[in-house]
Ligand binder design. Structure first.
Ligand SMILES: [Zn+2]
Ligand SMILES: [Zn+2]
Length: 125
C-alpha cells in the first residue's frame, strides 16, 4: 500500500493507480497528480513508458538551466579576471603602449589623422 506524498492518502493499488515521480520517486495519487481520467487510462496502458514529474521536481528542473547559466557566468568572469591579471603581468600592456605611441607619432607626422580608438586587443576575448 502506497501513500501519496502530497495529501498522505493511502493509495489502493487495485482501485487507484499510484504514480511515481520520475525525479524524486515519491508516490502521488491520481488526484494530486492532476492527471485526467483519460490520462490515467493511458498511464494504465503504458505504465512502463509513462513518466511523471511532480510539481516540485518540475520546478527544480526549470531552475537548473538558470543556475547552470549563473555558474557559467561566474566561471567566465573568473576567467576574464585571470586573463586581465595575466595581461597586466604580461608585456602585452607595455608593448601595446609602445605600439600606440608609435602609431600616434606616425599618425601625427605621416598621416596627420587622429589616432583610432579601435583596439585590436578587445576583439580577442
Ligand atoms: Zn494525493
Ligand atoms: Zn518529484
Amino acid at each position: 500500500m502506497a501513500q501519496c506524498f502530497k495529501c498522505n492518502s493511502r493509495i489502493d493499488d487495485k482501485t487507484l493507480r499510484n504514480i511515481n515521480c520520475k525525479g524524486c520517486k515519491r508516490v502521488i495519487c491520481t488526484k494530486c497528480s492532476g492527471l485526467s481520467a483519460t490520462s490515467m487510462r493511458v498511464v494504465a496502458l503504458q505504465t512502463p513508458k509513462f513518466s511523471y514529474l511532480c510539481d516540485e521536481c518540475e520546478d527544480q528542473l526549470r531552475h537548473i538551466p538558470e543556475s547552470c547559466r549563473l555558474v557559467t557566468d561566474l566561471q567566465q568572469q573568473v576567467q576574464e579576471l585571470k586573463t586581465n591579471q595575466i595581461n597586466i603581468v604580461n608585456l602585452d600592456t607595455v608593448t601595446n603602449e609602445i605600439q600606440e605611441r608609435r602609431n600616434r607619432i606616425r599618425n601625427l607626422i605621416v598621416f596627420g589623422i587622429p589616432e583610432s580608438k579601435a583596439n585590436s586587443n578587445e576583439d580577442k576575448k
